[in-house]
Design a protein around this ligand. Structure first.
Ligand code: SF4
Ligand code: SF4
Length: 430
């Protein structure tokens, strides 16, 4: 009874704190603007199934893709075991699904164990790649400090989580023979029965009971730790990759959105009738997260910090300061900073904006090549905020590299970047 009470209070507290934190993230994302563009929900669902659920782009790098798949599948399947742990905790039962599922229960737990074992190996390989092999994409300046620690903490948490499963199941395998009344049969669990027979066979019953409970609580504590920790971690992508893939940009690569007012000016210059403008905005581009789309903000929270975008960025590869991963991480950091500010009128007045995080050198180094967009496994588009910041700096601050100014003047006066005096379409008339 005492255990049920403790479990219930602990669970209530964990879910209450996590709810508050997830609500804050929802509010942060809501600070962005809503797009008017058409969104095809069938294509959105297809993207979600292929890229978030199916992890399609992860297999562009097959070795890391397969190890990531083990961790992903183990995580997905252990949710069933978590459900059983929660129900056991609230009811005081032991393996509440065992009788109901019969032989399928044995298949299920064996599958979880095999995937957990593979995930256990994958976790060590990922730790090795980051900390000993030191893959270049994990060593970039934006990965110093917290981002690197965050990745290692989660990997170590996974090791503890899997250790909990095997301590619990291996002692349980022996206890099923000693006290079948309290420990219902799961059938043979291949990995746990091997561990149990090799390491725990000589242990007295009260030690085994203690070990089984230790494994159960360890598993639960790590899961509750994850629930509280996820909203502060890059591993929030476990959830947000789904809406991010659903909402991802459905236009063809390379298509840039026009600013309606400026598009109309260009149309009038070449003698076309203006388009109807629905939202008259005073701001061109983006200086802060309030001017970015909600989709971009969800993307910032979905970033896995894998660095695949930075690894293919020609600007970064040629030694420029730009890293698309850093841009995405900066947007997330800015949202976090704003969420901590007092907002008397619902607005943030800290005198800062995204340009305090992202330098002009970075945004002007971008070649708009879309390589980062193509590389991102969770369909984040780092180019959109880069272009939005650049537009703001040029159109609102009259900024931009001096070399670009003559090009802009030439475009405005002759509709050509090369200052050719003839009108742009004159060749069609000769
Ligand atoms: S679009 Fe810009 S940020 Fe992205 S890869 Fe190309 S140069 Fe790098
Ligand atoms: S934007 Fe995409 S590719 Fe780049 S670090 Fe984030 S998840 Fe990886």
């Amino acid at each position: 009874m005492l255990q049920i009470l403790f479990f219930s209070i602990l669970s209530g507290l964990v879910f209450y704190i996590a709810y508050g934190r997830f609500l804050q993230i929802y509010k942060n994302i809501s600070l962005g603007i809503t797009e008017n563009e058409k969104h095809n929900s069938i294509t959105g669902l297809k993207n979600m199934i292929l890229f978030a659920l199916g992890q399609k782009k992860m297999f562009n790098k097959p070795v890391s893709g397969i190890f990531h798949l083990f961790i992903y599948l183990a995580f997905a399947l252990t949710q069933i075991e978590l459900l059983e742990i929660l129900m056991d905790g609230f009811t005081g039962e032991h393996r509440i699904f065992a009788h109901a599922l019969g032989s399928f229960y044995n298949f299920l737990i064996n599958s979880i164990e095999i995937l957990s074992f593979l995930a256990f190996i994958s976790t060590f390989i990922f730790l090795y790649r980051r900390n000993i092999l030191k893959l270049i994409r994990f060593q970039k300046p934006e990965m110093k400090g917290w981002p690197s620690l965050d990745a290692n903490l989660i990997l170590m948490g996974e090791i503890l989580l899997i250790a909990g499963i095997f301590v619990m199941n291996s002692s349980d395998q022996i206890l099923q023979n000693l006290d079948p009344q309290h420990y219902p049969s799961t059938g043979k669990l291949y990995i746990s029965s091997f561990i149990g027979a090799s390491l725990l066979g000589q242990f007295p019953q009260d030690w085994l009971i203690w070990l089984e409970r230790m494994g159960w609580w360890l598993h639960l504590f790590v899961i509750y730790g994850f629930i509280l920790y996820l909203p502060f971690s890059k591993h929030l992508h476990i959830f947000l990759a789904f809406p991010n893939a659903y909402l991802s940009n459905q236009d063809s690569r390379g298509k840039m959105s026009n600013i309606p007012v400026i598009e109309n000016e260009a149309r009038s210059m070449v003698g076309l009738s203006p388009k109807e403008i629905q939202d008259q905005t005073e701001i061109f581009g983006a200086a802060d997260i309030f001017h970015l789309t909600k989709r971009t903000l969800i993307g910032a929270y979905s970033c896995t910090e894998c660095g695949r975008c930075t690894a293919v960025c020609p600007a970064n590869l040629t030694g420029k300061k730009l890293s698309p991963r850093k841009i995405v991480m900066d947007i997330r950091d800015r949202m976090e900073e704003i969420s901590k500010q007092p907002k008397p009128n619902g607005e943030c007045n800290d005198g800062k904006n995204l340009f305090d995080y992202i330098s002009r050198e970075e945004i002007y180094a971008c070649t708009s090549c879309n390589a980062c967009v193509e590389a991102c496994p969770v369909l984040i588009n780092p180019l959109e905020p880069i272009l939005a910041l650049r537009r703001y700096d040029i159109l609102m601050n009259s900024g931009g590299p001096s070399e670009w100014m003559s090009m802009f003047n030439s475009l405005e006066n002759t509709q050509s970047v090369w200052q050719i005096p003839e009108t742009r379409d004159s060749w069609t008339k000769s």
